[in-house]
Write a protein that binds this ligand. Structure first.
Ligand code: PEP
Ligand code: MN
Length: 333
C-alpha cells in the first residue's frame, strides 16, 4: 500500500501517520520528494481499512498494491485448490458438469431428468428446493419435500446433489441433504449467510452477484473461508450490462482473471448467463476453452411446462449432444 501525503502536510502530520501505521504492524518506508511525501507499507496490509486513512485531512490518496483478499488469493496459496465431493473432483484435470432442473417440481420430473443427465455423463445433479424468484407469486420451490426428492434421486443415480440455501433459517436443513450448498447470485453479499456457510464442512458453490465485480466475488469467498470453510467453488453466471438481448452478459474474461487472482475452482453457468437454451451450447464450449473447471447447466424434459427457467433449459437430447461435443473438445485443450 502506498500513501501519498498532501503537498503541504507538516512533518508532525507525516510522523503521526507513520507511527499509526507502524503500530498496526506494518513496516513503513518514508520517501520525501520536492513537493510530496510518500509512505510505502511493507507486510500484510489486508487488515488495514483504507477509508480510515483517506479520512485523514493530510492524506492526498491511498493506492492498494496488495489484494484485499488473502485466503482466496493465489499469492497465499499458489497451487490450484481441488475440491472432492463423493469421489468427484472439482478444480482438477477433469472438467466437471453439474446438470439438472432449475427447480425440483415433482418426483417424476426430477427422477427422469436425473437419470438422463447421469446417462449423458454429468457428475453432479442440480435442482433448487428453495427458489429465489423475482416475483413472490412465482413458484417458490417445494422446500423440504424437494430436498427429499433430491435425496431419492441421489440414491438412484449416485450423483451428488447441488442445491441452494437461500437464508440462515433454512441453511441447516439444506445442509442435511446437500453435498454442495449453492449460494445464489442475489445472496452473494448476504454477509451473515456467507458467515453461516463458513461454518459448515460442505463445499459452497458461490455464484457471482448480478452486478458484482470480480473483487467483490472474491471478497465474498473470503467471508466463507475466514470462518473456517476453505472449500469454495466460484461461479460466473453472467452480469447485468446494457445488453438486453440475453438475460445477462456472460463475462468470459472472469475465468482467466479469477485463475490469475485465486486458487479456487471456477465454473460457468451458461443457462442463467444467457436465458436462452440455444446459447447454452456455444457458451459452454467457450467457457471450457477459456479455462473453466466445469459447467452448471439447466436441463428439463419438458421446458415448455417448466415451473421456472424453461426458456434456458436444454432438453435431455440436446444436453446429451453437448456432452459428446465437450468430450471431443477436451482432446484439444
Ligand atoms: C439457479 O441456479 O437456479 C439460480 C437461481 O441462479 P442465480 O442465483 O445465478 O440466479
Ligand atoms: Mn434457474
Amino acid at each position: 500500500m502506498v500513501i501519498v501525503m498532501k503537498p503541504r502536510a507538516s512533518e508532525e502530520a507525516i510522523m503521526e501517520m507513520k507511527n499509526r501505521l507502524q503500530n498496526s504492524g506494518c513496516k513503513v518506508h518514508l520517501s520525501k520528494g520536492e513537493t510530496h511525501c510518500v509512505l510505502g507499507l511493507v507486510g500484510d496490509t489486508s487488515h488495514i481499512d483504507i477509508s480510515r486513512i483517506e479520512a485523514n485531512e493530510h492524506v492526498d490518496k491511498v493506492l492498494r498494491v496488495q489484494s484485499p483478499f488473502k485466503l482466496a488469493s493465489r499469492a497465499f496459496h499458489p497451487d490450484d485448490t481441488v475440491i472432492q465431493v463423493n469421489g468427484v473432483k472439482i478444480g482438477g484435470e477433469k472438467k466437471v458438469v453439474i446438470a439438472g432442473p432449475c427447480a425440483v417440481e415433482s418426483e417424476e420430473q426430477l427422477l427422469q431428468i436425473a437419470h438422463s443427465v447421469k446417462e449423458s455423463g454429468a457428475s453432479l445433479l442440480r435442482g433448487g428446493a428453495f427458489k429465489p424468484r423475482t416475483s413472490p407469486y412465482s413458484f417458490q420451490g417445494l422446500g423440504e419435500e424437494g430436498l427429499k426428492l433430491l435425496r431419492k434421486a441421489k440414491e438412484q443415480t449416485h450423483l451428488p446433489i447441488v442445491t441452494e440455501a437461500m437464508c440462515i433459517e433454512t441453511f441447516d436443513l439444506v445442509d442435511q441433504y446437500a453435498d454442495i450448498i449453492q449460494i445464489g447470485a442475489r445472496n452473494m453479499q448476504n454477509f451473515s449467510l456467507l458467515k453461516k456457510a463458513g461454518k459448515t464442512n460442505k463445499p459452497i458453490l458461490l455464484k457471482r452477484g448480478l452486478s458484482a465485480t470480480i473483487e467483490e466475488l472474491l471478497m465474498a469467498a473470503e467471508y466463507i473461508m475466514s470462518e473456517g470453510n476453505p472449500n469454495v467453488i466460484l461461479c460466473e453466471r453472467g452480469i447485468r450490462t446494457f445488453e438486453k438481448y440475453t438475460r445477462n452478459t456472460l463475462d468470459l474474461s472472469a475465468i482467466p482473471v479469477i485463475k490469475e487472482l485465486s486458487h479456487l475452482p471456477v465454473i460457468v453457468d451458461p443457462s442463467h448467463a444467457t436465458g436462452k437454451w440455444s446459447m447454452v451450447e456455444p457458451l459452454s464450449k467457450a467457457a471450457i476453452v477459456a479455462g473453466a473447471d466445469g459447467l452448471i447447466i439447466e436441463v428439463h424434459h419438458q421446458p415448455e411446462v417448466a415451473l421456472s427457467d424453461g426458456a434456458q433449459s436444454l432438453k435431455p437430447e440436446k444436453f446429451a449432444k453437448l456432452m459428446q461435443d465437450l468430450n471431443g473438445l477436451m482432446k484439444y485443450i
